[in-house]
Design a protein around this ligand. Sequence first.
Ligand SMILES: *[C@@H]1O[C@H](CO)[C@@H](O)[C@H](O)[C@H]1NC(C)=O
Ligand SMILES: *[C@@H]1O[C@H](CO)[C@@H](O)[C@H](O)[C@H]1NC(C)=O
Ligand SMILES: *[C@@H]1O[C@H](CO)[C@@H](O)[C@H](O)[C@H]1NC(C)=O
Ligand SMILES: *[C@@H]1O[C@H](CO)[C@@H](O)[C@H](O)[C@H]1NC(C)=O
Ligand SMILES: *[C@@H]1O[C@H](CO)[C@@H](O)[C@H](O)[C@H]1NC(C)=O
Ligand SMILES: *[C@@H]1O[C@H](CO)[C@@H](O)[C@H](O)[C@H]1NC(C)=O
Ligand SMILES: *[C@@H]1O[C@H](CO)[C@@H](O)[C@H](O)[C@H]1NC(C)=O
Ligand SMILES: *[C@@H]1O[C@H](CO)[C@@H](O)[C@H](O)[C@H]1NC(C)=O
Ligand SMILES: *[C@@H]1O[C@H](CO)[C@@H](O)[C@H](O)[C@H]1NC(C)=O
Ligand SMILES: *[C@@H]1O[C@H](CO)[C@@H](O)[C@H](O)[C@H]1NC(C)=O
Ligand SMILES: *[C@@H]1O[C@H](CO)[C@@H](O)[C@H](O)[C@H]1NC(C)=O
Length: 504
Amino acid sequence: MCSAVLLALLLCVLEFRYAECGNPSNIVFILTDDQDVLLGGMTPMKKAKSLIGDAGVYFSNAFTATALCCPSRSSILTGRYPHNHQVRNNSLTGNCSSAEWRKGPESLAFPVYLNKQLYQTFYGGKYLNQYGKKGAGEVSYVPPGWDQWHALVGNSKYYNYSLSVNGKEEKHGDHYDKDYLTDLIANRSLEFLDKRSPQHPFFIMLAPPAPHWPWTAAPQYEGAFSGVKAPRDGSFNKPGTDKHWLLRKALNPMSNTSITFLDNGFRKRWQTLLSVDDLVEKVVKKLEALQLLNDTYIFYTSDHGYHTGQFSLPIDKRQLYDFDIRVPLMVRGPGIKPNQTVKAPVLNIDLAPTFLDIAGFNLSVVNMDGQSFLSQMAPTLRNGSARPYFLVEYTGEGHTESDPACPKLGPGLAHCYPDCVCEDSFNNTYACVRMLTDQNLQYCEFADSESFVEVYNLTSDPHQLENIVKKVDPTLLQAMNQRLIRLQSSQGRWDLDPELRLLE
Ligand SMILES: *[C@@H]1O[C@H](CO)[C@@H](O)[C@H](O)[C@H]1NC(C)=O
Ligand SMILES: *[C@@H]1O[C@H](CO)[C@@H](O)[C@H](O)[C@H]1NC(C)=O
Ligand SMILES: *[C@@H]1O[C@H](CO)[C@@H](O)[C@H](O)[C@H]1NC(C)=O
Ligand SMILES: *[C@@H]1O[C@H](CO)[C@@H](O)[C@H](O)[C@H]1NC(C)=O
Ligand SMILES: *[C@@H]1O[C@H](CO)[C@@H](O)[C@H](O)[C@H]1NC(C)=O
Ligand SMILES: *[C@@H]1O[C@H](CO)[C@@H](O)[C@H](O)[C@H]1NC(C)=O
Ligand SMILES: *[C@@H]1O[C@H](CO)[C@@H](O)[C@H](O)[C@H]1NC(C)=O
Ligand SMILES: *[C@@H]1O[C@H](CO)[C@@H](O)[C@H](O)[C@H]1NC(C)=O
Ligand SMILES: *[C@@H]1O[C@H](CO)[C@@H](O)[C@H](O)[C@H]1NC(C)=O
Ligand SMILES: *[C@@H]1O[C@H](CO)[C@@H](O)[C@H](O)[C@H]1NC(C)=O
Ligand SMILES: *[C@@H]1O[C@H](CO)[C@@H](O)[C@H](O)[C@H]1NC(C)=O
């Protein structure tokens, strides 16, 4: 009896999982919108890096399973690949906040399970792009699992927006002190912390609009980073000659107006991030003041990356290249030693299982594609199984008619701005296998009229300048194609699927 108690105590101390020791730990999850990691997106985040990453762990190989807001956020919420949650794009018809999403995948999202574990849950900020609109349940709809709900209606904005506050519409104007969204959600989370019940753990999710367009900085940061320009190295202003159709269409070299536009955007994105840096500091200071910091995990990441001039695409995401699919990820919390870097690849679909693992939830009863990375951060008695390869999949967006601003371009394209350079098309639809073992390889197939294939060896070519599809051994291409087919039809964790393991 005594030894059983001792063993439980030992397990709880060694595993740093307070589920076994009584109350599970608290969790704060900060999710930015469009923040890259490869082009200096974390440079403005001085306080956040010092308070989270330096005090815990940086993941140097964190990826999104898809480089677009609504599908990526749906993956984060459900722990599932897009082919399983079936949210394809940012429109209602592509399942973004659709009735089918609400009835199906959203009812199995992580907050539902956390709530069952008696977590007090708080949401603040941008949710899914169509959230709160007609056909998406309107403002009165509060997704299941959230006790306190302060969600933005529609896509990212900094001023002049509506919030759903627990199902009631709250309109905001453009007074900095009252309305600036990044500051507002920080303030509301502090109020939540004051009012929470100390009997139960809490989960706070903060999703600021930054650094998404329209890049509206707080007044005190409007002059910051003057003279800063987008980086000119790597694939900046390079032609996409050996790449898929959309990239071959981009104007190269870019026009001066495009370059001025993207440099401006680059600087303004950084300015908006300074308010996110303040948000992190406010939350950490509050947790410290309430003596909760030592029992709270803090996660910081973005929904996907971003590009400014890479392969002559002025500004956006949606591409298969590392600048769009890599994301920042840092975590601090109980059992995580400071100043660590983890190289094992992790995906956005791993966040939900990691939260549930911290909460002490039995992961074998949830149907998620991701896997917990708790043991990678806080090595314990359990061993994490690193995945040898993973899937990145994307369904291109388009307009069925020509863009009125660029009538010469014809239908099928989207986001042709500035200078009528298009960032997306229906046939920018692809699926990739990424191998990150002793090899760093990417293999992608397009659903277009050319069945186009792109292959990169990122060990020798980190900027993906050369598509080596015609140079590599055909047996390697065949093996990658087999893995892709398996992954695209996979359901659940790869390491539990014997067919997938055979391909290792
Ligand atoms: C992390 O490393 C930096 C530089 O090596 C050091 O200044 C800092 O004190 C370390 N932080 C912690 C929490 O150990
Ligand atoms: C939307 O999701 C439902 C299942 O939730 C699926 O049946 C439907 O095909 C999806 N729509 C699209 C356009 O993928
Ligand atoms: C907010 O809306 C008002 C009224 O339409 C407008 O005058 C103002 O310029 C808008 N502010 C911002 C920052 O867009
Ligand atoms: C946030 O709180 C600070 C400190 O109380 C206050 O000065 C600021 O006006 C608030 N901002 C918003 C948008 O609520
Ligand atoms: C574009 O900018 C470059 C470099 O600043 C300059 O040399 C060139 O003349 C400009 N072209 C046009 C058409 O303005
Ligand atoms: C955290 O610190 C507080 C105050 O110093 C202490 O009472 C508590 O036991 C600590 N909790 C953990 C999980 O270490
Ligand atoms: C988790 O659930 C599975 C499937 O129901 C069960 O076999 C297993 O014993 C459970 N594990 C724990 C630790 O409760
Ligand atoms: C973890 O992995 C190491 C190295 O592969 C092995 O020696 C050890 O026995 C494993 N521990 C557990 C608990 O599986
Ligand atoms: C979103 O996906 C749906 C279903 O595939 C499609 O009908 C619609 O055109 C897509 N929206 C855009 C903007 O591409
Ligand atoms: C991609 O779509 C565009 C617009 O519909 C079309 O003009 C082009 O031929 C297509 N390219 C490929 C490779 O499918
Ligand atoms: C990738 O590049 C590395 C370093 O040059 C090389 O060792 C490796 O063989 C290459 N892999 C393939 C598949 O070309």
